[in-house]
Structure formats: structure tokens, C-alpha cells
Design a protein around this ligand. Structure first.
Ligand code: HXC
Length: 259
């Protein structure tokens, strides 16, 4: 897959794909073209049967320092409305395969919002998270006020959104924004390790389980539980359920086929 602003390795290792944001001089600022490429790459990987988990990363200095301020600076409200960039983000939200963010350096504004579109997050000790839009006269627009509040709670979200202050990886871990903090030389490796653990499972079970966990954000408990139950029943229609349970009984490792 050939792109201008990202590097994509669909076969990074067996069943694992890697997307690397690649505008290093601009700290991976998320220009519209880069986001469109991320969307297109994710859609292609979502449709690729060989891929069971996707790792999304930047570089050591920056995951992404936010939307491209230079690209936005002269825009009017109507320009922004017509550009309709959030349709791209909505597509990313709908990716069915698990996405693991490997974050080092800055994850700011849209960068932090992109991290929150991922399903799990491994951070390096040097990672910094923030929603600094307030300092440039605006506010988060890709879910920052909503997803962040659900994850870290009202007062912590308010502090980040209203002051624009960054938080460290350690603080992000305490707040539940990241799964794990590791030394900088290990953040990608650890994210891939997590991807590997996910990729070993039945892809169908992973897909329906991800869908059910995400449902918890969007629905009352009773509706989420009903949804979970239907997905749980549905998995008994899969060969992988038969294989997984037979393997347990026979004391061997399962061989999941994604059917
Ligand atoms: C465009 C950016 C950028 C951005 C950095 N750069 N962030 N360009 N958009 N968001 C560019 C700088 O202009 C500079 O290029 C180069 O990257 C290196 O950045 P420096 O500022 O020189 O580095 P440093 O002094 O280390 O400071 C790093 C930083 C700072 C603290 C991350 O760059 C910064 O505050 N960036 C903006 C962060 C931010 O406000 N993000 C939110 C954006 S709004 P040149 O060529 O000038 O040297 C947003 C809204 C999302 O995300 C809405 C939905 C999509």
C-alpha cells in the first residue's frame, strides 16, 4: 500500500498490520490528507482476512501533535462544515478489527482523539497527552470532550480541556487512558506483543466482543447487556467456538480459522 503521509505494513508479522504516521517534521500533524490515508488504510486492513489486529504508531518524538493548525488557520466555519472531516473520523470509529495505539512523545488535540479511537494503548514513558485546543482559541472537535470525559471523568477532562495542560504517560495510566507504560525503546514492541495476544484469538469472537465493549459507551446498561447477549449467542454459530471448546476439553491449543 502506497501512501504519502503514512507507512503501512499489512504483514508486519503474522496476522498483525502496522500503520505508522509519517510526517516527522510536522510532528505528525494530522492534515486532512493524512487522515484520509489513515481511513483508507484501516478500511483496507479491515477487509483483509489475513489481518487480525492493527497497530497504529507515530515516531519516538510524536504520535501526533494534533490537527494541522497551518491548514486550519484561515478556514471559515462554512469551509470547515463543507470539508466535513469528521466523516473520516466516523469511518475510523467503525473499523471492526482491534486497533492498538503505540504512543511515544506528543499525543495532542486530534492526536489524543485518534488515540481514543483506538481500542488499547501502549505508551512510552516519554508520552505526553493533552487537549491544548483551548490555547489556540478553539476546543476539541473529534470527540475530545466526550470520549475523554467518559474515560477520565468530569474534573480531569475539564482540567485538560479548559487549561490545555499536558499529562504524562504515568498520569494517563492512573486515569485509565492507557493500558501500559514502558521504556521508550519498548513501546512498539509491547504494543505488538499485545496485538499478538489478540491475534491468537478467534477473529469472529474478537470482532463481536469489540463491538459489544464499544456499545457500553453508547447505550444504557440494559440495552448493552441485550446486545452482548445476542453477540454471545451468535458466536455459538461459529466453527471457532466448537474448536475453542474442543481444544480446552482435549487439553491442546486451539486453531482458530475465523469461521
Ligand atoms: C501544524 C505543527 C503542529 C500542528 C507542530 N507543528 N504541531 N504544525 N499543526 N498541530 C510543527 C511546528 O509548526 C514546527 O514546524 C514543527 O512541527 C515542530 O514543532 P515545534 O513547535 O517547533 O516543536 P516544539 O517546540 O518541540 O513543540 C512541540 C509542541 C508544539 C508542544 C507539540 O509544536 C505545539 O504546541 N503544537 C501544537 C499542538 C496543538 O495545539 N495541537 C492541537 C491542534 S488543534 P515549523 O516548520 O514551523 O518549524 C486540534 C483540533 C482537532 O488538534 C480537531 C479535530 C481533528
Amino acid at each position: 500500500m502506497n501512501f504519502q503521509y503514512i507507512l503501512v505494513e499489512p504483514r508486519y508479522e503474522q496476522h498483525i498490520a502496522l500503520i505508522r504516521l509519517n510526517r516527522p517534521k510536522e510532528l505528525n500533524a494530522l492534515c486532512l490528507e493524512l487522515m484520509a490515508e489513515v481511513r483508507d488504510a484501516l478500511k483496507a486492513l479491515d477487509a483483509d482476512d489475513e489481518v487480525r489486529a492493527i497497530v497504529l504508531t507515530g515516531n519516538e518524538r510524536a504520535f501526533a501533535a494534533g490537527a494541522d493548525i497551518k491548514q486550519m488557520a484561515g478556514k471559515t466555519a462554512i469551509d470547515m462544515l463543507l470539508i466535513d472531516q469528521f466523516t473520516t473520523w466516523d469511518t475510523i470509529k467503525k473499523i471492526k478489527k482491534p486497533i492498538i495505539a503505540a504512543v511515544s512523545g506528543f499525543a495532542l488535540g486530534g492526536g489524543n482523539e485518534l488515540v481514543m479511537h483506538c481500542d488499547m494503548v501502549v505508551a512510552s514513558e516519554t508520552a505526553m497527552f493533552g487537549q491544548p485546543e483551548i490555547k489556540i482559541g478553539v476546543m476539541p472537535g473529534a470527540g475530545g470532550t466526550q470520549r475523554l470525559t467518559r474515560v477520565v471523568g468530569k474534573v480531569n477532562a475539564m482540567e485538560m480541556v479548559l487549561t490545555g495542560k499536558f499529562i504524562t504517560a504515568e498520569r494517563a495510566y492512573e486515569l485509565g487512558l492507557v493500558n501500559k507504560v514502558v521504556p521508550v525503546e519498548l513501546y512498539l514492541e509491547e504494543a505488538v506483543k499485545l496485538a499478538r495476544e489478540v491475534a491468537q484469538q478467534s477473529p469472529l469472537a474478537i470482532r463481536l466482543a469489540k463491538e459489544a465493549v464499544l456499545k457500553a459507551y453508547d447505550s444504557p446498561l440494559s440495552e448493552g447487556l441485550e446486545f452482548e447477549r445476542k453477540n454471545f449467542y451468535l458466536l455459538f454459530a461459529t466453527e471457532d467456538q466448537k474448536e475453542g471448546m474442543a481444544a480446552f476439553v482435549e487439553k491442546r491449543a486451539p486453531d482458530f480459522k475465523g469461521r
